[in-house]
Write a protein that binds this ligand. Structure first.
Ligand code: ADP
Ligand code: MG
Length: 703
């Protein structure tokens, strides 16, 4: 039995959180810092110096030798540069020091991070600045202990080069407009509105030794070859199944590491595919949730290697079973604890809720392309529209109760009643009866209302949740703003609110869909409704730079046109690079592992045929058939491989950016499929002992 920990004491023990600050900082400094955190007041250097000093003392007590500005460039992973606290020696002795300036501002060389043409290499300056609303923490790993300071990352000219900056900007936008709206509706007490986010994280765990034997997994994070085993996930026996001991031991350590860092790891379970699991935290303000999700992903990976496991965060590590996503639960919360997405018991007479809800419908309908784009990443192309994943078409699920209220509004102009949940009768006397929710769940919808929040299910498991929250915050801010403009000009406020709710509900009905989003008929129906269907990343990227998008983001100071253009450019680059690596890995595996293995197998077969024939007039038809079949497939493999090689060599001839990405998708990606097909067939024929890598069955059923 492992040791037990005291969760209450452990939680947040490595975080420079509010109670640590209150205990350690002089009262005046604490108050000033709180003002900065809560009200966005600028911080003086004097205050910063005191905070930095105390932070350092606290971190040193935890064993820290270094500090690091921790940031999220557009590479998709976090970045950090470590500096020791030591000063230049005097009389051979060093001091441990950390100034306010060092806390607030860092200067990593920006030239090696993607900037999408924002910066020439000689303009290498980039700055990281402390996001004091996300607490600093001490991370323990092989490098010792490091004080990590969550920071935003900008270029010398102030353009955002990271995920955090636009997220913070969008949080300001939604705060301003949401406050304006609720004031008009009579709220005089709330001072701040924050988007709350809880991101459920899906992942796969496989054996590390087996992972090492798969070059495709090690280089690209997903399998590029692999035939389905006789059993997949059709029995639904993994979802919420008993968690195996090896996995439980892993989860226990993941939770403990999360808790130490203040990450509220809460719900864990087995997911739909074999070897797939999920971990969800308790929701937090969007920027903290985004930081915590990055920390969680790192912990999931780090702890896996301690257990002889490998954690796969790729969106589709295995073809034929579920991919992994990140369900982004989103709501709007006031500082005095009101959830603006809470419909209450009788939504039909909750005017504020209905107005906010219909605003969100309008926002999502008008910017569906942008929301879809926010979930675009290379791995997600394989996941969306596949097993247990939403399609690439954005629609909103509201549930029976709310749909009924909206229908009443649309048809008669007033909603008079809300459907109620009935009593759940189990038919067993000893089981308590309880009231059902008024609405069932719909797991197939990409954007589902789930009681008092929306769940955006499109985001990929490896992706940052920042992009989708930037979009959700900003598109909602836009409709709130336009609505406030109208209400402020209205003569009769009540009438105006009523008219707007009815108008938005009527005009944006097409985005509401409660059927099965996985069904092929939905794609046809969605096309009739005029909803965008952008199945691939390269089709989605242009949404970033439409005039509509530029106007939206510039209006709220979230992105400039240049920043958007650079982001589109980076997306194209990332896509082309990823496909290039995958294609080269396929060629490598085919050349060095698969073709030699098949040659060996056919030689053994041929020898066997000769040997059997020599032994007497025996029937060798089975061996001959296998030999013929495998030789035929071997030939096909070789042809497909050469074609892929030719196309890969052509990649650099296509100008970087959209052209190259489109070429990679239309040609290279297609050729990868042509190579995979015969190889997967060969895997089904060739003697398992001779197959050069662990099979899908070995990988996902034997963890
Ligand atoms: P599910 O049944 O979909 O797993 P949960 O209630 O477990 O639903 O919640 C899933 C995630 O949603 C959790 O991270 C949870 O903290 C988060 N969540 C719950 N309420 C809210 C809210 N009001 N705003 C944002 N996220 C929320
Ligand atoms: Mg869920």
């Amino acid at each position: 039995m492992g040791e037990y920990i005291n969760v209450v004491e452990t939680f947040g023990c490595d975080v420079f959180n509010d109670s640590v600050m209150q205990a350690r900082l002089p009262k005046k400094v604490y108050k000033e810092l709180k003002k900065t955190i809560e009200e966005g007041k600028e911080m003086s250097m004097e205050i910063a110096d005191v905070v930095a000093h105390e932070m350092k003392e606290w971190a040193i007590e935890k064993g820290a030798t270094h500090y690091s500005h921790w940031f999220q460039p557009l590479t998709g992973v976090t970045a950090e540069k470590h500096d020791a606290f030591i000063t230049a020696p005097e009389n051979g002795k060093v001091l441990m020091s950390f100034s306010g300036k060092e806390l607030i501002k860092g200067e990593p060389d920006a030239s090696s991070f993607p900037s999408g043409g924002l910066r020439a290499t000689f303009e290498a300056r980039g700055y990281t600045t402390w996001d004091c609303t996300s607490p600093a923490f001490v991370r323990h790993d092989a490098a010792g202990a490091t004080l990590c300071i969550p920071t935003a990352f900008c270029s010398y000219t102030g353009e955002a080069l990271d995920q955090k900056t636009p997220l913070l900007r969008s949080m300001e936008a939604i705060n301003t407009q949401a406050l304006r709206l609720i004031r008009l509706l009579g709220n005089t007490t709330s001072k701040k509105v924050t988007p709350s986010v809880g991101a459920e994280q899906e992942y796969f765990l496989i054996d590390k030794e087996k992972w090492l034997q798969r070059k495709d997994l090690t280089y690209t994070g997903r399998t590029l070859f692999g035939a389905m085993p006789p059993k997949g996930q059709e029995m639904d026996d993994h979802y919420l199944g008993t968690i195996r001991q090896r996995i439980s031991a892993y989860m226990k350590e993941v939770n403990e590491e999360c808790w130490r860092l203040g990450v509220t790891a809460k719900t864990q379970h087995n997911e739909a595919a074999p070897a797939q699991h999920e971990l969800a935290p308790i929701y937090a303000p969007a920027n903290i949730a985004a930081d915590h999700n990055q920390m969680m992903m790192r912990i999931l990976k780090k702890v896996a290697s301690r257990h002889g496991l490998r954690c796969l965060l790729h969106e589709k590590p295995f073809t034929g079973v579920s991919g992994s996503g990140k369900h982004n639960n989103w709501s709007l919360t006031t500082d005095d604890g009101i959830n603006l997405l809470d419909p209450g018991k009788t939504p039909h007479d909750n005017i504020q809720f209905l107005l906010i809800l219909t605003c969100i419908l309008k926002a999502v309908d008008e910017h569906a392309d942008l929301l879809r784009e926010s979930a675009a990443d290379v791995g997600n192309d394989h996941r969306l529209g596949g097993n247990e994943a939403p399609p690439a078409i954005i629609s909103v699920f509201l549930g029976e109760q709310l749909e009924d209220v909206l229908e009443q509004l649309i048809s008669t102009g007033i909603a008079t009643h809300s459907k109620k949940g009935a009593k759940l009768e189990t038919g067993v006397k000893t089981l308590p009866d309880f009231m059902k929710d008024a609405t069932d769940r719909n797991r197939t919808s990409p954007f589902a209302f789930t009681g008092n929040k929306f769940e955006f299910r499109m985001v990929g498991s490896r992706d940052s949740i920042s992009s989708c929250n930037v979009v959700l915050n900003t598109i909602t801010a836009e409709v709130f703003r336009d609505t406030c403009d109208r209400l402020e000009a209205a003569e009769n406020m009540e009438m105006a609110i009523h008219d707007i709710i009815k108008e938005y509900a009527t005009d944006h009905q097409r985005i509401v869909f409660s059927g099965n989003s996985y069904a092929p008929e939905w794609a046809e129906e969605a096309a009739r409704r005029g909803l965008p269907n952008l199945p691939f990343m390269v089709d989605a990227i242009p949404a970033l730079i439409t005039e509509k998008s530029v106007k939206l983001f510039e209006d709220f100071g979230v992105f400039t046109r240049t920043e958007l253009e650079s982001r589109a450019e980076i997306q194209y680059e990332i896509y082309a690079k990823a496909i290039n690596i995958e294609a080269k890995t396929m060629i490598d595996i085919a050349t060095k592992q698969i073709i030699p293995a098949v040659i060996k197998y056919t030689t053994v077969l041929a020898n066997s045929i000769n040997a059997v024939r020599q032994a007497g007039p025996m029937d060798v038809s089975v061996q001959l058939e296998l030999l013929e079949k495998s030789s035929e497939l071997l030939k096909k493999t070789n042809i497909a491989m050469r074609e892929l090689g030719r196309l890969v060599a052509e990649i650099p001839e296509h100008p970087e950016g959209r052209d190259r990405a489109v070429f990679c998708k239309e040609k290279v990606f297609k050729a990868m499929g042509e190579l995979r097909a015969p190889v997967d067939k060969l895997e089904m024929i060739v003697d398992k002992e001779m197959w050069p890598m662990p099979s899908y069955g070995d990988l996902i059923f034997e963890v």
